[in-house]
Design a binder for this molecule. Structure first.
Ligand SMILES: NC(=O)c1ccc[n+]([C@@H]2O[C@H](COP(=O)([O-])OP(=O)(O)OC[C@H]3O[C@@H](n4cnc5c(N)ncnc54)[C@H](OP(=O)(O)O)[C@@H]3O)[C@@H](O)[C@H]2O)c1
Length: 303
């Protein structure tokens, strides 16, 4: 398993996202967790809202059944979405973390991310919440999710802790972060910047991009792997998979991890065999030619 630095953490480049865990029974939770740990995953992503808290609860029960695991892993959770609003108020952030700790059955989380930007946020209030959570030992590091560079800069006018991660959608098909950067000053649709340069900003500021929905196209429309809507992409993934003795899912993993931004891939599969394919590919470094061939086979054009 490739290891990357996220703040002070030596984290696995593949993280298990637990959004879809809430649907599992105890046996399937054991199976996916055991596979993750055996595959070298030491970083787990949660949110207070996943399964209305049930993902954190099931994860907490796993930790109870497996004493000793908690100290070997990093647990990250997210807060700020509830009841049809985004909420960066001090009261909500603190209350949400306390709920997560109780469901997870742990004393602290290794990282807390603000899930989606709240336009009504007051940076000073977030700073107070972070101070309280850090000084009480409940949260060790802080980050954001779905934020652009200026939103992070605005937060940093008051927040003193480093922002260590920004969770953003990124996959071969949802590759806007790299596409706009390769179409600068053009008049085509690909040149439109939807994120105000977050990829470059993150590299400059040492903020780890955590790629969510790495195998999905659109907004949870399904996987592009083995999908007849993407024949050329699947043909190319197959060809390269054969070369390296891995699967198409593995090649899609290696494609994200090949980017020098040192992203972390947040895998959401709850199928042990698939997770194994993802872990097995984390050490493979695609060539520059292969990376661009895959990119173009998804229908992206270079100017
Ligand atoms: N910050 C945010 O706003 C945000 C938003 C969304 C997600 N997230 C995080 O990102 C994580 C991953 O999101 P995701 O679950 O949408 O990502 P994903 O890993 O791209 O998708 C996983 C889903 O695709 C299915 N799938 C079908 N074919 C697959 C294949 N060949 N390889 C892998 N999966 C395949 C899986 O089914 P099976 O389970 O049956 O294998 C599963 O339902 C979440 O758990 C969450 O932690 C964050």
């Amino acid at each position: 398993m490739k290891i990357i630095d996220i703040g002070n953490m030596k984290a696995s480049a593949v993280s298990l996202g637990c959004m879809r865990m809430s649907a599992l029974d105890e046996k399937r939770v054991d199976a996916i967790m055991d596979t993750a740990l055996e595959g070298g995953i030491n970083y787990f992503d949660h949110a207070d809202i996943y399964g209305a808290g049930n993902s954190e609860r099931l994860f907490g029960e796993y930790l109870k059944r497996h004493a000793g695991v908690r100290d070997k892993i990093f647990i990250q959770t997210k807060c700020a979405i509830h009841d049809g609003q985004f909420d960066f108020s001090k009261e909500h952030i603190v209350k949400s973390v306390e709920g997560s700790l109780s469901r997870l059955g742990v004393d602290y989380v290794d990282a807390l991310l603000l899930h989606r930007p709240d336009t009504l946020m007051e940076p000073e209030e977030v700073a107070e919440a972070f101070e309280l959570l850090e000084s009480s030992g409940k949260v060790r590091a802080f980050g954001v999710s779905n934020q652009n560079p200026m939103q992070i800069e605005l937060l940093k006018t008051a927040v003193k802790q480093p922002i260590i991660a920004n969770q953003l959608q990124f996959s071969i098909t949802e590759a806007g972060m790299v596409t706009s950067g390769m179409n600068v000053n053009m008049k085509n649709a690909e040149s439109v910047v939807h994120d105000t340069g977050v990829l470059e900003y993150s590299r400059i500021k040492n903020i780890t991009i955590q790629a969510w929905s790495p195998f999905q196209y659109g907004f949870f429309e399904g996987s592009f792997i083995d999908n007849e809507k993407f024949p050329k992409l699947n043909e190319k993934l197959s060809e390269i998979a054969e070369r390296y003795g891995i699967t198409k899912t593995g090649v899609a993993t290696a494609w994200i991890l090949r980017h020098p931004a040192n992203m972390q891939l947040i895998a959401g599969t709850m199928t042990p065999a698939r997770l194994k394919e993802i872990c097995n590919a984390s050490d493979i470094t695609l060539t520059r030619a292969e990376w661009y061939e895959i990119y173009r086979s998804a229908g992206h054009c270079l100017p």
